[in-house]
Design a protein around this ligand. Structure first.
Ligand SMILES: [Zn+2]
Length: 276
């Protein structure tokens, strides 16, 4: 794996990103409820840190819920797949972006025949999802209350966004509806908490239907070169770029010329970048 020669592209300057940011800030200032207010403060802080990250992020529009956060391996971009104009959805997916930056979620980082080159995260667990739903609830309670639920659970308070609720959230665009967060034991969401410190035992417990021979006795997810994890990426970047932090202060002016043609073809992808 090579170190990037310059800071990676960031979403700073993206109009839609700024619009969401302003909207969330306005909401936070108006809110009386201190719990929700604090969560929105954290949401704004998270957006700040994503904006100043060495990781590239992009917004892509999807027509139907649920959204998702995926990694485009070829272009090294984390993509927030959200519904247009849906601030709650934006908060949910960017919360997963923050979890990626903290090492709570990693992404497959190799191309293989038969596997898509844009993939979902490993380590997306119930805790990560509950945090993402609580964050969007802080802005718009109805965005969570209204979600189809097999047991007809509809949270009116933050603490009602819990595991029994989550596991019964349905995607009613499918017939019959599917339980979005029911762990399949192979990939996708897990009930067990998984992050870059997870061991062989943790992986086997979380992905109980996967081939366990892939994890050696001394396995640690954060050391697995098959996965992109942000703390390791940042460490490599800092080793390759000693001295004062360059990411914020010395970036060249915005230009759209580095946008890969593939993204330009995708009309709904908003993707702005720095760099020559
Ligand atoms: Zn989620």
């Amino acid at each position: 794996m090579t170190s990037p020669a310059k800071p990676d592209t960031v979403v700073h300057g993206n109009r839609e990103w700024r619009k969401f940011y302003k909207r969330i800030g306005r909401h936070e200032r108006r809110l009386k409820d201190s719990l929700r207010k604090n969560i929105l403060k954290n949401v704004l802080e998270n957006l700040d840190s994503l904006q100043n990250s060495i990781q590239k992020y992009a917004i892509r529009h999807v027509s139907e819920p649920p959204g998702g956060t995926t990694y485009d391996i070829v272009h090294d971009v984390i993509i927030f797949n959200i519904q247009r104009n849906n601030t709650a959805n934006f908060i949910h997916e960017t919360t997963h972006g923050g979890q990626y930056e903290k090492g709570e979620i990693v992404y497959r980082n190799y191309l293989a025949r038969g596997l898509p080159d844009t993939c979902g995260g490993v380590g997306d667990d119930f805790d990560d999802e509950i945090a993402a739903y609580r964050a969007q609830f802080a802005l718009d309670p109805n965005s969570v209350f209204d979600l189809p639920n097999k047991l007809n659970k509809h949270p009116r308070r933050l603490k009602e966004i819990d595991k029994p609720w989550l596991v019964n959230v349905e995607d009613t665009n499918h017939h019959p509806p599917v339980l979005i967060y029911l762990p399949n034991g192979k990939d996708g969401v897990t009930e067990r908490h998984i992050n870059i410190f997870s061991t062989r035992r943790d992986m086997i417990d979380a992905y109980f239907r996967a081939d366990s021979t892939q994890w050696r006795d001394d396995y640690i997810l954060g050391n697995d070169p098959r996965y992109l994890n942000y703390p390791a990426k940042l460490r490599r970047y800092r080793i390759a770029h000693p001295g004062p932090q360059a990411a914020k202060s010395t970036v060249p002016p915005f230009t759209a010329s580095t946008v890969h043609p593939r993204f330009l073809n995708c009309a709904s992808t908003l993707f702005l970048s720095y760099g020559p």
